[in-house]
Design a protein around this ligand. Sequence first.
Ligand code: JB2
Length: 214
Amino acid sequence: MQKEMIVIGAGGHAEVVIDSIDKTVYKIAGILDKDDTYIGQLVNHIPIIGSDADAEELYHKGITCAVIGIGHLGNYFLRNTIYNRLKHIGFEMVNVIHPTAIISPNVEFGEGNVILPRTVINSGAKLGNNNIINTGAIIEHDVILENNIHMATGSVICGMSHIGENTFAGAGSTIIQGIKIGANVIIGAGSTVVCNVDQDTVTYGTPAKVVKRR
Ligand code: JB2
């Protein structure tokens, strides 16, 4: 029997997440948006059924699985806040893995991770919770990703690097092997990171340089 699930967010990222959900395992009961404005509208044939305020009631009705479909590039902490709220209610935060993702059997996952089309995660990698591995991103061998990280489209982390929580690696960015990136870092799109990066910084360019503190 399929498990019932809600998707959080009704934007472009949610569309890709909905496409990636295994419908033989999960039945998507609906989408929760920021507010009730668009109730009844469809996103990839799935109706918006309410807002975050409805999550607890839905859980008690037996819809016990959830996935966050917000990429929300403007606020990196929002996904974490929502994740913690849903966990507190009791939701099972599902790992969504698109069928075209290539994942070594020797990868460890937490929960609530979203692994999108044509990604590669190689042997020995460890992922915490609530991470986005966006379309075409490559996570090389023995990389450690903490929690609430967003590896944007086509980004690459080479072997044995370590990424701190809440960090965002922009589209097409590359982190070479053995690098340590702190928490709450933003790496600009297309950057090449060749040195360790301190927490709470914004870093851009090739080679990437810290341009400001957050
Ligand atoms: O607190 C919230 C909340 N805040 C925004 N709770 C819930 N349940 N939903 C929230 N939202 C909703 O997230 C908005 O109402 C909207 O439906 C959605 C954000 O949509 P948007 O298209 O603006 O962004 P996105 O996060 O889906 O996609 C961004 O990030 C992706 C990674 C875009 O920049 C994409 O281009 C990018 N690929």
